[in-house]
Structure formats: C-alpha cells, structure tokens
Design a protein around this ligand. Structure first.
Ligand SMILES: Nc1ncnc2c1ncn2[C@@H]1O[C@H](COP(=O)(O)OP(=O)(O)O)[C@@H](O)[C@H]1O
Ligand SMILES: [Mg+2]
Length: 247
C-alpha cells in the first residue's frame, strides 16, 4: 500500500531522522544566465530506510544528492546530518565528515581498472583515512556483504556490470558509514541486476541500520524502497511511504 502525505513529509518508523533539509535553494550561475536547480526543498529522511528520489532528467536529483552528501553547498537553506548542521562547515570539515560518515555510489561504478575487487575496496578505506590495521578484515567483510567475497581477486573487466556495482557498494560501505548516497546506481544495469543491487541495499539496511538515499527513474524500483520523493523542476511534488516494499 502506498501512502502519500502531501506537504507532511515521510512517515517515520522509529529510528528518528538522519538527514534534514530546510528551505534548500540552489542557483547555478548569475544574472540572466542563472539556473535555479532547486527551490523550497524541505526533507526529513528517516534513519534505517531506503529513500528514492525520482524525477526526469534535469529535475534536480543529482544537485540535491550533492548537497545532502556535503559535496556541494546550497545557495540558501540548511542541511542537518544527525543533528549537526552541515551548511556552515568549511570545505575541510565537510570532507572529513563525508569520508567518515557517508558512502558514495555512482552510476558508472568508478572502479579502478588495474586493481582487483579487493584492492579497490581496500584503496577506498585508505582514502577514508581509517586505521590500516583493520583494512583487510573490513574490506573482506564488505565484499562478503555484497556477495562478492568469492570473486575479490577479479578485476572489474572480469565482472558483469551488476557485480562491478556490488564491488563499488562494498567500497562505499567498508568504513561503515551511517549514510549511503547513490546517484542512479541501477541506470547502467538490466532490471535483474538492478534488482540485485537494491536487494544488497536492503540487506545492508536490515543488518546495520544504514540509511540509503538513491536516485532513479526506473518505476520498478519504487516498489522496492521504503520512501519515494518526487522532484519536478527542482521542487518536491510528492512524498510517498511504501508500507510494504517488495524486498
Ligand atoms: N554545475 C552546473 N552549472 C549549471 N547548471 C547546472 C549545474 N549542475 C546542474 N545544473 C542544472 O540544474 C538542473 C538540475 O540538474 P541535475 O541536478 O543534474 O538533474 P538530474 O540529476 O535530476 O538530471 C538542470 O537544469 C541542470 O542543467
Ligand atoms: Mg542526475
């Protein structure tokens, strides 16, 4: 059953809010050439759920994800991550927080071709600046969680698109962030592999209580997530809670 709560936000189960956005606006450029990519965005993302942002190309999904993951700053408005205001932190503070607390997954996987699956994940941990001592264990645990431990010696070119994306997810979760942000993670995959990727997100959420925010324009994925936020021309037009997601 889908419950749409216009103007009221998403239904919160029990875990509270991990991310909050208040009055976000993002304008690119100045003067006559200025583009308003986002306006009047108010959001409350419940902890331990999978949230999909949907909307046509150009509706502002990537711009919003970049702001929520502290890669970009809004022109106006505030973002709070676990109660801490991100807006107002300087670039170094934002980078530090993102490396420690947030995992990022991209449409094109972004794996390094000359490195094995294991080396890609381990390299991610080095970038995150976690203690080298636990790297091997953390990398193997993350690969296990996405079902890729058996194939961890393989290079990306020896893996299917879905398998590559699962390795990219392992890299994003190896440092055990509370929030995973994924921009169109299934766009380059067929529907079966896309389903597997969402299945992996579901397993991670169930096991660790991580929160996943992803973007998609694939309608079949809307049935698999807990909440759907629809964007049109940079504004939120609906927020829907899926009471019984299919996975
Ligand atoms: N760096 C930028 N400079 C200028 N305009 C941009 C920039 N990034 C995005 N935009 C514009 O903002 C709007 C939203 O883009 P985007 O967030 O990428 O949408 P989506 O991810 O939904 O396809 C588009 O009109 C796009 O052209
Ligand atoms: Mg985009």
């Amino acid at each position: 059953m889908l419950v749409t709560l216009m103007g009221e936000g998403l239904k919160h189960p029990d875990g509270g809010t991990i991310l909050k956005a208040a009055g976000i606006k993002r304008v690119f450029g100045r003067g006559n050439g200025a583009v308003t990519a986002l306006a009047d965005i108010h959001l409350d993302i419940p902890s331990g759920t999978i949230v999909a942002l949907k909307g046509r190309s150009g509706s502002g999904k990537t711009t919003l994800l970049n702001i929520l993951s502290a890669l970009d700053e809004p022109t106006a408005g505030q973002v709070f991550f676990k109660g801490q205001e991100l807006t107002g932190l300087d670039a170094a503070q934002r980078n530090k927080l993102r490396r420690k607390e947030i995992g990022l997954v991209f449409q094109s996987f972004g794996l390094i071709p000359l490195m094995s699956a294991y080396e890609n994940v381990e390299f991610g941990l080095r970038i995150a600046g976690t203690k080298p001592k636990g790297h091997r264990e953390a990398a193997e645990r993350a690969l296990e969680q996405v079902g890729m431990r058996e194939r961890m010696k393989h290079r990306p070119t020896e893996l299917s698109g879905g398998e590559q994306q699962r390795v990219a997810i392992a890299r994003a979760i190896a440092h055990e962030p509370d929030l995973l942000i994924a921009d169109e993670p299934t766009a380059e995959l067929d529907s079966r592999m896309g389903f597997q990727v969402i299945r992996v997100f579901r397993d991670i959420v169930n096991r660790s209580g991580m929160t996943v925010v992803l973007t998609t324009h694939d309608p079949s994925i809307m049935e698999l997530v807990d909440h759907v936020i629809a964007l049109e021309d940079g504004r939120i037009v609906s927020q829907t809670t899926n009471e019984a997601p299919l996975i």
